[in-house]
Ligand binder design. Structure first.
Ligand SMILES: NC(=O)c1ccc[n+]([C@@H]2O[C@H](COP(=O)([O-])OP(=O)(O)OC[C@H]3O[C@@H](n4cnc5c(N)ncnc54)[C@H](OP(=O)(O)O)[C@@H]3O)[C@@H](O)[C@H]2O)c1
Length: 331
């Protein structure tokens, strides 16, 4: 009997940073047999992207899917995903969306497989994947929550320029050459600088990136009233978001026990030696969440301080989406 062809995977936004990372990962052994179609905007139709050694032609993204597409990995801006994704889903394609467009829709699961993989089921046709800062915090907090209960979370993120897409990376590279990019997505120069605001401020002075992380964490951890305070900072680093986290716990948990829990967890790498903390360079091109600087808070009872860092384009985006797809395919 001939072997059936594995499901066809479409990547939308394939010329962007997340889309290119998805294509690179789809060249790996686990995915090589799947036919892949790559979509970008009309202006790039006919150009090529890379899926490992293979050159793959970029097509203009159609409003409705062609009949042979089974799954769509959407790495589009939220405004475009809002327009395109419902039509593809309603036409029978299963969609994993990387943007913020559907993350607050209660009918759309918001999934980090290490935390809430149970929400991946045949009954759903669209799954959202969280913000690239939310994902590592959720992964790191899950075993602490299970073991000692979570009372509150404070986090300060140090977010790479690639988190702002190809335009963010380009602006930084332009500034590195001593020039100015008039299309920079940043409100201030980013080379040799840090910018402590990411996104629009609300009436309380909280930035949209900070609100996203707080909202998404509560949803993924299923802790609706959890107090979460976030400060999101843009830093001149190519890739790799670092986050300093304070986790307030209901019961005592020693740093040694937290390290043991993280060691047992797939997808986590712990740097036990506090003088050897993981950095963005350590995690670049890796799929794991790296954790270090684990210590007891001195200013309150039952709170742990730690540092987490992850490649925002891998576990913060493409890897998380492919982990969801792998589970969906197994259902
Ligand atoms: N960067 C990260 O670290 C990260 C992490 C998590 C989630 N996300 C989310 O993932 C999504 C993609 O992010 P990114 O960083 O890859 O952005 P990006 O580098 O700016 O790429 C955006 C992609 O969307 C395509 N696109 C834009 N407008 C389109 C249209 N009207 N029709 C068809 N395609 C269109 C672009 O195609 P052209 O090249 O042809 O314009 C490009 O392929 C965003 O929603 C972002 O918020 C990003």
């Amino acid at each position: 009997m001939p072997t059936p062809t594995p499901p066809t995977i479409a990547v939308a936004g394939a010329s962007g940073l997340v889309g290119r990372t998805l294509l690179a990962l789809l060249a790996g052994d686990e995915w090589r047999a799947h036919p892949v179609i790559a979509y970008a905007s009309e202006k790039r139709a006919g150009r090529f992207a890379r899926r490992g050694d293979e050159r793959i032609e970029l097509r203009a993204l159609p409003e409705a899917p062609p009949p042979h597409v089974d799954y769509l990995l959407s790495a589009l801006p939220a405004s475009v995903a809002r327009e395109v994704v419902p039509g593809w889903r309603d036409a029978g394609v299963r969609v994993i969306d990387k943007s913020s467009a559907f993350r607050t829709d209660p009918a759309v699961p918001l999934v980090v497989p290490e935390v809430n993989a149970r929400e991946i089921s045949d009954a759903v046709r669209l799954i959202a994947t969280p913000n690239c800062t939310t994902i590592p915090i959720a992964v790191a907090l899950k075993p602490l929550l299970d073991e000692a209960g979570l009372v509150d979370v404070r986090a300060t993120s140090f977010q790479a320029v690639s988190g702002a897409g190809a335009g963010g990376l380009r602006a930084w590279e332009t500034e590195l050459r001593g020039e100015t990019d008039p299309a920079s997505p940043f409100s201030e120069p980013i080379h040799a600088n840090v910018i402590p605001v990411i996104g629009a401020l609300d009436e309380h002075g909280s930035a949209s990136e900070e609100r996203k992380v707080a909202r998404e964490l509560r949803r993924i951890l299923a802790l609706a009233p959890l107090p979460v305070a976030v400060t999101a900072v843009r830093v001149p680093v190519a890739a790799g978001h670092g986050i300093a986290v304070e986790a307030g716990l209901a019961r005592e948990l020693t740093p040694a026990r937290a390290i043991e829990l993280w060691r047992e967890m797939p997808g986590v790498v712990v740097h036990e030696d506090p003088s050897d903390p993981p950095t963005p360079l350590d995690c670049a091109g890796c799929d794991e969440v790296f954790i270090g600087r684990v210590r007891r808070a001195q200013h309150r009872d039952n709170a742990l301080l730690f540092w987490a860092v992850t490649d925002n384009l891998r576990k913060g985006a493409a890897t998380n989406a492919l982990q969801i797809l792998a589970r969906w395919l197994k259902n």
